[in-house]
Design a binder for this molecule. Structure first.
Ligand code: ZN
Length: 101
């Protein structure tokens, strides 16, 4: 990608209310942007960077992602479970999870 394109992407990100971060892309050294919990490099696209600030911000999202994953796992187990006692336990766990989400 050429510099003009990167600059245009950067402008687009700013226009889209993305916030410029103090971090730079490890690949191309462009300043990184944050938008809707995502870190975006104007040159490389969406990034998976792990900086303390980003991690902190993402922690809520991460928690709910873990819970959603657990709920999916539970639903799979519930689907297969034939033992009524175990099924009750699973449903109780699911109910608790749903309250957190
Ligand atoms: Zn980059």
């Amino acid at each position: 990608m050429d510099k003009d394109k990167a600059l245009k992407n950067m402008t687009d990100l700013l226009l889209a209310k993305a916030r410029m971060l103090q971090y730079h892309c490890g690949n191309c050294k462009s300043p990184l942007f944050e938008k809707e919990e995502k870190i975006i490099c104007p040159v490389c696209g969406e990034m998976k960077v792990e900086t303390e600030e980003v991690k902190e911000k993402a922690s809520d999202t991460k928690t709910s992602k873990v819970l959603v994953k657990k709920r999916d796992e539970l639903l799979l187990k519930i689907e297969k479970e034939k033992n009524p006692k175990k099924l009750t336990d699973l449903l109780e766990a699911l109910e608790k999870l749903n309250k957190l989400l």
